[in-house]
Design a protein around this ligand. Structure first.
Ligand code: MSK
Length: 677
């Protein structure tokens, strides 16, 4: 029987806001570790504004069938609720058992995440194609990193010699779009050309290598419809195939975003709600897609004069969620908040506009904005919010549209109510911009020809214990940012080299774990020595952080490129690389699809929020145990940050120990390294 780990058992209801209750000032009462969020939740209580933090409590107790994943709604005879211990409820009306229902729900969540990421990637690929074909003017978009374009083209097998940049961009964009709709049986190009030969063979043998992203989403929705697949293992394999499509869409999205907007390099900035400066016209860009937000940054610079005429010092663009991470990585734009704090940014009373694109946007931002002057502007035909402005954002007129939105923010600035200002002082310095290229440039100071070897040598020599990727969202089932910070600090103190993306990176940034030189405060002795060596090996524009920001949630493939490079360096497949992942506060379906491909790639993956699979021991066992036998990666499902740290360290230690043993045996007998995990 799987252990019951429901996060709702942590007693949050005890901190529920009662009407008229005296505000409590401690962070635990506010259910956040973020001091700025804590202040603004107090403001919300004083003003009677409801936030997601309140609505989470109002939803308690949540449905046990839903939490266990045994509620089936795939046909109109439902919902069926499966209870293996109750006579008459052991199966759904059609006869589907707990394991079928749980596996189907899980696979459909993976499809949801894959659809989001890959549609984002398709959009970027189409913009690149239209730029290459001259349909979008240079004032809007251009190829900013032709060198990366050539590297990608070479990797996917295109001829680059003597080919003009525009022509190459067109060919690369078409190759990316082919990964969405291929009708033949070749595996997706962005998958096969970025993973190890061992993973290629594994995915082929398990028949989970996708041929086309759109097709794998269609397949899994079909496979999990009423009257289709009842075999949970087959459904899970279908889910993993879809998850590898997620990887494919994410990887090409990161690649082509770098081509269009530039490959990030280290940049100094700041994070937390204190970056909203009341002296300026403040615009928050929120969502995921840099095609819109990068143009808002350009437009804000151009229209600074108009803002000054309106009485402000200029225009201050800040970011929320992953659009924030995209802008922080490339332009050093301030990061105001991760996902849980999006409503709170409006409650500073100094946010004049919130421009949203796609994903992770709570509909409630409009309701909160009604209490203030903030203009909420939706921009995507798939994202309309009742009561919000809607501006149809088209790439051909991107800069003009961005200017229109900035002007709307300037007009909104004139409507501010000084009595509602609740500006925060909380902000931290951040060094972001660690693309894989930037990380390799840093590691290359010690060995320019083999940057990944600098990491693997440090691990084998015991200076550091391995590498960890922190990813994923905020989830109000747990105290905001607490799990991120506790596990991050635990691994850093134990000499783990840490990279982070998405809202996990946001948590680290707001807490000072990305501040220049912060590794000296948070790192164990080995990590401090390692990072000091890197620091001293070359001129550092900014001090090194404790946690290295890799980018938005689509940029998790930068971490995949890192473990693939380490695997190549060690001459092993990924399941032997001392690399772990953690999503301490996973929330979105995208986190489910990412976690699934990370496990299939061979990485032990901690999740601090219980996924809705505890209704089936079989599915739970496949994710936490059988996956290890098949793929080398597996889920560590543990809401307790203290034991999560221990289990992640154990996973790293086991891999390092095994690597040393296998290497010794290979040297002694003159044989190849053992292929097993
Ligand atoms: S924004 S998917 S809450 S990381 Fe990428 Fe954050 Fe998760 Fe959205």
């Amino acid at each position: 029987m799987s252990p019951r780990h429901r996060n709702t058992s942590l007693g949050f209801a005890a901190t529920a806001k009662q009407p008229g209750a005296k505000p409590r000032r401690d962070a635990d009462a506010r259910r956040t570790q973020d001091p700025a969020a804590c202040e603004l939740l107090e403001e919300a209580q004083a003003r009677g504004i409801t936030t997601a933090f309140d609505r989470f409590i109002a939803q308690q107790p949540q449905c046990g069938f839903g939490l266990d994943g045994v509620c089936c709604r795939v046909c109109l005879q439902g919902p069926c609720r499966i209870n293996p211990r109750k006579a008459g409820m052991e199966k759904g009306i059609c006869g589907a058992q707990d394991y079928t229902v749980v596996a189907r729900n899980l696979a459909r969540a993976i499809a949801g995440g894959t659809a989001c990421h890959s549609d984002h990637g398709r959009h970027i690929a189409k913009v690149l194609l239209h730029v290459a074909e001259g349909e979008i003017g240079e004032e809007n978009y251009r190829v900013s990193d032709p060198e990366k374009l050539r590297r990608i083209a070479t990797r996917i097998g295109l001829e680059t010699e003597g080919v003009a940049v525009a022509d190459l961009a067109r060919r690369v964009a078409l190759a990316a779009l082919a990964d969405y709709g291929r009708h033949t049986d070749e595996t997706c190009t962005w998958l096969t050309t970025t993973i190890t030969p061992g993973r290629q063979t594994k995915f082929k043998h398990c028949a989970i290598a996708p041929t086309a992203i759109d097709r794998s989403i269609t397949d899994i929705i079909t496979q999990t419809a009423m009257g289709m697949d009842a075999d949970p293992v087959n459904i899970i394999f279908g889910g993993l195939k879809t998850a590898l499509s997620d990887y494919t869409g994410m990887h090409l999205s990161t690649d082509l975003s770098d081509v269009l907007f530039g490959t990030p390099t280290p940049v100094l900035s700041q994070a937390n709600l204190g970056v909203i400066d009341p002296a300026y016209v403040n615009i928050a860009t929120h969502g995921h897609n840099p095609t819109l937000s990068s143009l808002v940054v350009d437009a804000a610079q151009e229209l600074a004069g108009e803002a000054r005429q309106a009485g402000a010092k200029g225009v201050n663009v800040v970011g929320i969620c992953c659009t924030g991470n995209e802008l922080l990585m490339r332009d050093g734009v301030y990061l105001a908040s991760n996902v849980a704090g999006q409503e709170l940014a409006i409650m500073t009373g100094a946010l004049d506009a919130m421009i949203v694109d796609i994903q992770c946007i709570m509909p409630s931002v409009r309701a909160v904005a009604e209490c203030y002057h903030t203009a909420v502007i939706a921009t995507n035909p798939l994202v309309k919010i009742p009561g919000a402005h809607h501006v149809d954002f088209r790439e051909e007129t991107a800069l003009a549209t961005a200017k229109e939105m900035v002007r709307l923010a300037i007009r909104s600035y004139g409507k501010r109510d000084p009595a509602k200002l609740r500006v925060s002082e909380h902000k931290q310095d951040v060094v972001a911009g660690w693309s894989l290229e930037a990380l390799f440039e840093l590691l290359g100071r010690i060995d320019a020809d083999h940057p990944a070897r600098v990491l693997t040598d440090a691990i084998l020599e015991g200076e550091i214990r391995g590498v960890a990727l922190f990813a994923g969202c905020n989830n109000l089932k747990v105290n905001h940012d607490q799990s991120h910070l506790a596990i991050l600090k635990g691994l850093l103190a134990n000499d783990v080299f840490v990279v982070a993306t998405g809202c996990s990176a946001g948590a680290a940034a707001k807490a000072g774990l990305m501040a220049p030189g912060s590794y000296e405060e948070y790192g164990g002795e080995g990590l401090k020595k390692f990072l000091a060596r890197l620091s001293q090996a070359g001129a550092t524009r900014h001090g090194l952080p404790a946690v290295f920001h890799l980018g938005s949630c689509v940029d998790n493939t930068r971490a995949a490129d890192l473990w693939t490079a380490m695997a190549r360096e060690l001459d092993v497949d990924v399941p032997k690389v001392p690399f772990v992942a953690s999503a301490p506060e996973a929330m979105h379906e995208k986190a489910v699809s990412i976690g699934s491909w990370v496990v299939a790639m061979g990485i032990p993956t901690h999740v601090g929020i219980m996924p809705q699979i505890e209704g089936s021991e079989l599915v739970y066992g496949v994710g936490t145990q059988i996956a290890h036998d098949v793929y080398g990666g597996y889920f560590i499902l543990d809401p307790n940050p203290t034991t999560a740290v221990e289990r992640l360290l154990d996973a790293l230690e086991y891999r390092v120990w095994k690597l040393r043993v296998h290497r010794k045996a290979a040297d002694r007998f003159g044989a190849a390294l053992t292929a097993g995990y």
